[in-house]
Design a protein around this ligand. Structure first.
Ligand code: SF4
Length: 971
């Protein structure tokens, strides 16, 4: 296990108490309050019962680890299970978890609310009226499975595989469901990523072939965040604690955020740029480094693909590094501090000070752009690209205190089965208009179906609520209520949500402590594996009980998804004739269905280096070890994988091309988490890319087409976007030049630190802390509009409007407004989450839709006495419904920022009112679609997408080829 600071603190606390002569801290836990329960005592942990005070009543607990499922960080939790009642009393942090080190945010302990939520869905439900009518009947799991399995089987047999779609929001696992779809032979994976983080991912992918950064904040000298990592952002708690470690070690923190976030309040430099201008500021900093020789020349010469750039774009110049440097300075000299100041509204002097600070960091410069600007504006991917350029200039890539590529700081074990790539291409998720899209064009689904391109027979959502989460929610309602577009909609969810009301089946799934998953994330320079597990099952198995599946221990008939998917797969192909059943079959007892215990046992026994040995030290099997501790650190200090020399065993009949790419006939090295170059194209003779020649040695390099860091993207140049082939700044859809005079920008993307997108209406503690989303507006702006805090405003978008109270604050750039996306939860009937969902009336006249609040939040009687203590009334406003789709033509990211008109509300307006015309949504969709450069016209090689680019559930390679027929014109 790791021996990091938190572990040291625990040990120190124990040693201190014993050396002082006191046995332990007074109290039954015999532990210092600031320390964690030592793992040796997790089997019988004793605490005083706080409710019995002043009586000293002891309670005995089994501490069982699991993983939080309330954001993507996957922090470790410890469930305190009362040995007498057999129930979870509370969740705290798991000190054995290398990523979170025992710490959690408020949402982790609130898992308990989700378990005990009086409004949770406990049984499988089938629609009994029209979709959306709110009438349900309880059905058995057998009925559900047989019906859905028969539909899927029929679609597969009739070769309608493109009519099966699984749409996931927060996966919370590494690849299980993708492999289920692959087993079915279905290219049906749809994600939420293009409404979340595709902008940043694209920027990082273009540079290094991997789509996420893993910053080493703890060891940095300077940290630059274009994100809010102290309260949200990707891997936020693990990263937040390391940002604070870095600051404690003397690092300076720079934050770019138009809004005064919690993160900005901790910054040494907080700047609030005009939204969309961030790349101009970053390029001004880059230019400063270039013009003043403050970059790492040797690093650029070794690792940037400058030879390729010069040879292709400037054949008239001799290919020498000196010539490249001259050109580089010339290319970027336009990005002066004054230029950046004019674009961003941040003083040139301040940008220059920041540039000097960045330059002083050397290779200890850590940076992160997540969501924020990259998800807000067209071309937002360029923000991440320009930010990473600073790391690339400083050589701060996979250095201590620098930024690592994500895939090398996570560990993905091999599973028990690896089904082949699907032999099809789904145009509903990867339409040909967006060949470079980072992820599936998920938020366009209603429009693609309305275009008449296809229909869906079986549509699953899981941890996803597209009506509420996506832009243009009324178009989703139109899609879901049209049986010609969606045959059967199945909502897998632990809790009611706005989309599930339109489902045919609502299937109750377990929350974080009621299910299995594996995950590993890039929290720091290490590789770890976390294990989510149903904690009651783990405890009862430890006591010698046999638990068949999670329905035996979960409330009602709540199930876990992995068991559901295995059983569904088994029933789709009960006799194995479709070749599907084999991927859900036990290896131990052939002919029977694979169980989750065997599934994880196989992985821990066979695919996690060091785990069997570590477990044996404690006389445990690997599965027992993971059930006991919940996480395992595979390796620390991964370092510069790209700089590793490729061994002779990987070199066979090699060939080097003019840019130093070395191709080999040797197979890819096997082994866990080695990340070899993907050899996307290989050479003409069928060799794969092995590495790049650097100073006479073959180095492993990056998984880009060039094998180097790509300053120059030959992909962009040849797929129709030559103007963006190198990092650059361009005017976004909300640049002042593109706004009308009375328009302003609405920032609609920021998270609240204590809410979970769409999934925390079932967490009473969180709801009490945060239950509304007023419009942030600067005092000067507010006085021009004549509004004060609490006054209602009308925010008019391209397709409609919403009504929201103002919050007048200096924490926002003057002239810009902001509203958190977390609120505005609603339900159509009394059924649903009563703690945070207002009851609304949905009006509908042709393409015009309105939503008005009929009843706010009220106290109510339930098995939980706290529901009678509910004091809040408001539930905020559902603003996303009033946003049209804005697909970035390159990354495919929905560009969230809105050009809006804000004014004092009309007298008849009520808080939470929404109005939208979906005909206008269609027009905006078509306007943005026209900006795309489709593969039909721009593909340089007749394929739908560059093969090297990341893609979940990659189809077999031959299905990348565009069909021969002419491009389809859609209405
Ligand atoms: S950051 Fe909070 S919500 Fe996210 S996994 Fe960690 S404890 Fe859970």
């Amino acid at each position: 296990m790791s021996c990091d600071k938190s572990d040291q603190r625990v040990s120190a606390a124990r040693e201190e108490t014993t050396s002082r002569g006191e046995t332990f801290y007074p109290g039954p836990s015999r532990n210092h309050l600031a320390a964690f329960p030592p793992k040796e005592r997790w089997n019988d942990w004793t605490e005083l019962d706080s409710r019995a005070w002043p009586k000293r009543k002891e309670r005995h607990y089994s501490l069982i680890p699991t993983t939080c499922f309330n954001c993507e960080s996957a922090c470790g939790l410890l469930a305190y299970i009362d040995k007498v009642t057999g129930e979870v009393q509370k969740f705290e942090g798991n000190p054995e978890h290398p990523g979170s080190r025992g710490r959690n945010c408020a949402k982790g302990p609130a898992t308990l609310n989700q378990v005990t939520d009086p409004d949770r869905i406990l049984y499988p439900l089938k629609r009994a009226g029209k979709r959306g009518e709110g009438k349900w009947e309880q059905v058995t799991w057998d009925e559900v499975l047989d019906d859905i399995a028969a539909r899927i089987r029929k679609a597969i047999v009739e070769d309608r595989r493109d009519e099966i779609m699984y749409h996931v929001g927060r996966p919370g696992e590494d690849g299980f469901t993708e492999r289920i779809l692959a087993a079915w032979g279905v290219d049906g994976h749809n994600s939420h990523t293009n409404i979340c983080s595709s902008g940043s991912r694209q920027g990082y992918q273009l540079w290094m072939g991997l789509d996420r950064p893993s910053p080493d904040h703890s060891n940095a000298k300077v940290i630059l965040l274009i994100s809010a990592h102290l309260e949200s952002g990707h891997y936020f708690n693990p990263h937040a604690q390391r940002v604070i470690d870095g600051k404690a070690n003397g690092a300076k923190l720079i934050v770019f955020d138009t809004r005064l976030s919690h993160t900005a309040t901790h910054a040494d430099y907080w700047v609030a740029p005009y939204p969309g201008s961030e790349a101009a500021m970053l390029l001004a900093i880059a230019n400063y480094l270039m013009q003043n020789n403050l970059y790492d020349r040797d690093y650029l010469e070794r690792w940037w693909n400058w030879q390729e750039y010069l040879a292709i774009e400037h054949p008239e110049i001799e290919t020498s590094f000196a010539n490249f440097e001259r050109l580089l300075r010339d290319l970027y000299k336009q990005y002066t501090f004054e230029f950046a100041a004019a674009e961003s509204g941040v003083e040139a002097r301040v940008i220059e000070e920041i540039a000097q600070l960045v330059a002083s960091a050397g290779t200890r410069f850590s940076s992160h752009n997540w969501r924020s600007a990259a998800s807000g504006v067209s071309g937002g991917w360029s923000v991440a690209r320009c930010l990473f350029m600073l790391n690339a200039l400083l050589g701060a890539v996979a250095t201590e205190g620098g930024v690592y590529p994500n895939a090398w700081n996570k560990f993905v074990p091999e599973p028990i089965y690896m089904p082949p790539h699907p032999r099809m291409w789904n145009e509903m998720t990867w339409p040909r208009e967006y060949p470079l899209s980072m992820n599936e064009m998920s938020f366009l689904l209603p429009h693609l179906l309305k275009d008449g391109r296809a229909k869906l027979d079986v549509y699953f959502t899981r941890v996803y609520n597209p009506v509420w989460t996506n832009p243009d929610g009324f178009s989703w309602i139109e899609m879901l209520t049209d049986p010609d577009l969606v045959g059967c909609y199945v909502a897998l969810t632990p809790t009611w949500n706005e989309t599930s009301y339109f489902a045919d089946y609502v299937l109750p799934m377990g929350v974080g402590s009621e299910r299995h998953d594996l995950h590993s994330y890039e929290t720091h320079d290490s590789q770890w594996l976390g294990f989510r597990q149903p904690v009651l099952k783990a405890m009862r198995q430890r006591q010698g009980e046999t638990i068949n599946d999670t329905r035996d221990i979960n409330p009602g008939e709540v199930w876990e998804e992995n068991e559901f998917w295995l059983e569904l797969t088994w029933r789709i192909d009960p006799d194995g004739t479709l070749g599907i059943r084999q991927y859900a079959e036990s290896k131990k007892v052939p002919g029977t269905r694979l169980g989750v215990d065997e599934y994880y046992e196989w992985i821990f026994d066979n695919s996690v280096p060091g785990l069997p040995e570590k477990a044996a030290e404690e006389d445990l099997t690997p599965l027992e070890f993971m059930r006991r501790y919940g996480a395992f650190e595979v390796k620390q200090k991964i370092g510069m994988i790209y700089d590793q020399t490729v061994g002779p065993e990987e070199l066979e009949d090699v060939r080097e091309d003019r840019f130093g790419r070395v191709f080999t006939r040797a197979p890819k090295p096997a082994g866990p988490n080695i990340v070899p170059l993907p050899s996307p194209d290989g050479d003409e003779d069928g060799r794969r890319l092995a590495g790049v020649m650097i100073d006479g040695e073959i180095k492993r390099g990056f998984p880009t087409p060039s094998g180097r860091l790509e300053f120059y993207s030959h992909t962009l140049a040849t797929w129709g976007w030559p103007e963006y082939a190198i990092p650059s700044y361009f005017k976004s859809h909300v640049h002042p030049d593109n706004l009308e005079e009375d328009q302003t920008i609405l920032i609609s993307t920021f998270r609240l630190a204590v809410q979970i997108h769409t999934r925390s209406a079932n967490a009473k503690w969180l709801n009490e802390i945060a239950h509304t989303n007023p419009l942030w507006i600067h005092p000067g702006h507010a006085s021009k509009l004549g509004v004060s805090t609490g006054d209602l405003c009308r925010v008019e978008t391209e397709i409609g409007y919403y009504v929201v109270p103002a919050w007048v604050t200096e924490g926002i750039r003057p002239g810009i407004v902001a509203c958190s996306h977390h609120m505005g939860r609603w339900k159509l009937t009394e059924e649903g989450q009563r703690q945070l969902m207002a009851t609304v009336k949905l009006d509908h006249n042709g393409t015009e839709w309105g939503l008005t609040r009929e009843k706010g939040i009220e106290a109510y009687e339930s098995k939980d006495p706290d529901t009678l203590r509910i004091w809040w009334k408001d539930a905020g406003v559902h603003q996303n419904m009033t946003f049209p789709v804005h697909p970035d033509p390159i990354s495919g990211m929905h560009c969230w920022h809105q050009a809006v008109r804000v004014r004092a509300a009309d007298a008849e307006d009520k808080p939470g009112d929404i109005f939208v015309d979906t005909q206008k949504s269609r027009e905006v969709y078509k306007k943005w679609l026209a900006m795309a450069r489709p593969a039909d016209r721009y593909s340089p090689n007749g394929t739908r997408r560059p093969y090297w680019m990341l893609r979940p559930l990659k189809p077999a390679r031959e299905f990348y080829k565009l069909p021969e027929e002419e491009a389809v014109e859609y209405s």
